[in-house]
Design a protein. Sequence first.
Length: 426
Amino acid sequence: MKRLILVLLLVVPGLARADLEFTVTGGNTRAKPIAIVPFAGNDPSQTDVAGIIEADLNRSGLFQSLPRGDMLERPNEPGQVDFRNWRAVNMESLVIGRMNREPGSDRMSTRFFLLDVYRGEQLIAYDMPPVAPDQLRYVAHQIADLIFERLTGIPGIFNTKIAYVASSGFGPSRTYQLLISDADGFNPRTIASSRETLMSPAWSPDRKKLAYVAYERGRSGIYVHDIATGVVKRVISEKGINGSPAWSPDGTQLAITLSYETNPDIYIIDVASGRKRRITDHYGIDTEPAFAPDGQSIVFTSDRGGQPQLYRTSVGGGDAQRITFQGKQNLRASFAPDGKSLALVNVENSSYRIALLDLASGNLRILSDGNMDESPSFAPNGAVIIYATQKSGAAELATVTTDGRVKQRLRQPGDVREPAWSPLSR
């Protein structure tokens, strides 16, 4: 096992990768005006905390920040604020703050305030715990999350992570890397690197592990990587297909696709013991399982009706019920955190697009506008979906809000595929 990890799934934490580059479209016509004043005591040449908060909120498409050159004052305490100055530039909300170095340490503490400009009221006053300088980006993301939730009622996702697969090179020199980055694309870190395909990353519910598919000399296996320790465990590697891992809500099991007995079917495997049980037993191809958030059922893709469609069955097995009927094909389901809807790939007229299926009504709504969109994954607040798309002959990542209004492109050199959005940190 050690040889496998070192040679075929080489962990390269220090390998440099370019940050994902964001472009946002849509949303600005209804964006809320907000001013984020540079924090007193912050050295922006190292980590511009207010600038990161501003970028997070602007990237959501729900906020439009005031340029710093248009600010009539730069307060850092509520008593210094003249609300008339902010009403004059049509701001609705104001963020101010101060940073202080802890005595005898390089650790920085941050105090910030969120103010309602028109009411002249304080909405948030918060002291963030002191952190080392290299942790200030995460403090900024946490502040942006608090502001976003207070103003929208929706949990923020700026302090989450994204896992994805990047590939580069051609022919025998092609390499694959499994990476984790911050939700804004910064701090990419290589988890695994291989000359053979890496695919299907899936976060454990506690955000501490990644399951994924890798190959050794052409044979697939399902692996679990501990993020903190770097320890890699091979969970299973049967003959034939070993694919599409999906975690159970309690983090003890994986739903997977195996074909070693007959044709591809859905199995559940206990991660600790390796014990597995078969959930589907059909002559069709059953694949791409996804656990419902309550852990009681599984949605999967099957061609048992002639074309790939989505079906639902109990975790105990038994009859499966078809749940998609609109479009030639529907596949690769991802549950919303509340379990009320599915993100999926809808195929019609040779176009692969991301769609949202309301499970109660059966209504299906197309969200993306590409011709080759795939691998949807919900953000943990249920308001955004990340997916892979083809642009100018290369694969890149994109996001779309569940109302279809705000879209983003996440560019990086090479092909970038198979995104998976982490849960919220606990």
